[in-house]
Design a protein around this ligand. Sequence first.
Ligand code: NAD
Ligand code: GLY
Length: 401
Amino acid sequence: MEQVHVEVPARGASYEIKVGSGLLDQAGSEVRAALGGKTQRVALITNKRVFDLFGAPVVRSLRRSGFEVCKWLMKEGERHKSIRSLEQALNFFNQVGLERNDVVIALGGGVVGDLAGFAAATYLRGIDFVQLPTTLLAQIDSSVGGKTGVNLAGGKNLVGSFHQPRLVLIDVDTLRTLPRRELTAGWCEAVKQGAVGDRKLFEETVRLLGSIDLSLWNGSVDFGLRKNRVTTRKGAQTEVYATHLTAIIAAHCHFKASIVAGDERESIDRDDRRSRRILNFGHTTAHALESVTGYRRFRHGEAVGYGILVAGALSKNLGMLSSGELELLRDAVAACGPLPRANDIDISRLMRAMKSDKKSVAGQIKWVLLEKIGSARIVDGNQIEPLALRASLREVLRARK
Ligand code: NAD
Ligand code: GLY
């Protein structure tokens, strides 16, 4: 097992992220150790698919550690990360009599985590919260750093708060059942994290991607290991791979935690290379792509995959990034797996959608661009010629059939 310590100095808070194989079976003792003896009740938020896969061992383990467990299954999908689901979750807390010293546990991907975290942040003005993330994206990104929230009809994540978890417990075995597209989405976010802040992390991520075949992952082959890598007994090889996966996920959590420690609330005054804003690399285009396709075509991470490529091309077109570095970025995104088509998307419409990005400050988009792999630069939207942006969008979206 790997452990990452997260400090949030601005809040005087800290917590542990634990990553490893088989950790859901120990959920009870880990939550008890993190929260102490006073906590009686757990409100477990998940969805049916995830509960059917992993719910039983989690509930068993929590009960063994003396928790009374009540569960609420939210509907599956991004569109249920909504005020309506939030209200249902809060009413559920109220009906089961959740008290100040009880805990909300999120078991699932980023949708479950964001909604459960926001419900915990607001119920009784804030109760404890634990994350048990089960998608790659949630394990390397959304479960870490305390951003919680829901969507409005007008856009994603428009309502939310910062509410840090008391514990994040990451069981890499849950990834065995993850569909290929969800893996691609998670790996795109992983490439993003390495690209903006840590070249070694970027290289390690790409190396790991080279050893797996994503099309095999959710089939007969554990973790999609390429045949030529299976040199020992299958079980032993899988174990080795789980160790690599554990290490890379922990490294990503460590990186994200280091950014969050310095800038928990993504201060609008900061535009240095360690500001939390750098984590939005690729997101200006991604949010626009998601919005113009009605949130139906892309998984969030897939749209980020395109967004990374656009921001990379723009960085090169503005003379900030070399062709060689852009090539590394392209190869990394390609290794994450195929992305849904985007060559039919109207570029003018996309550019208009970018203008309403919620991350704008004083009407200006803050672009996260790259100087090289591992080093980001934040640039005001008014310094970017629309023609350069249009050319970069065409270059990326039209190139991919
Ligand atoms: P998701 O939560 O929708 O999960 C993807 C799908 O996988 C769902 O259908 C889910 O039921 C299923 N699933 C989950 N675990 C599984 C497993 N182990 N095996 C099989 N199926 C499984 O999507 P996501 O990519 O995890 O999260 C996306 C959300 O995260 C978005 O709402 C995004 O805005 C948010 N997000 C938040 C942050 C943050 O800092 N809070 C960061 C990035 C993304
Ligand atoms: N996923 C971006 C952030 O947490 O800040």
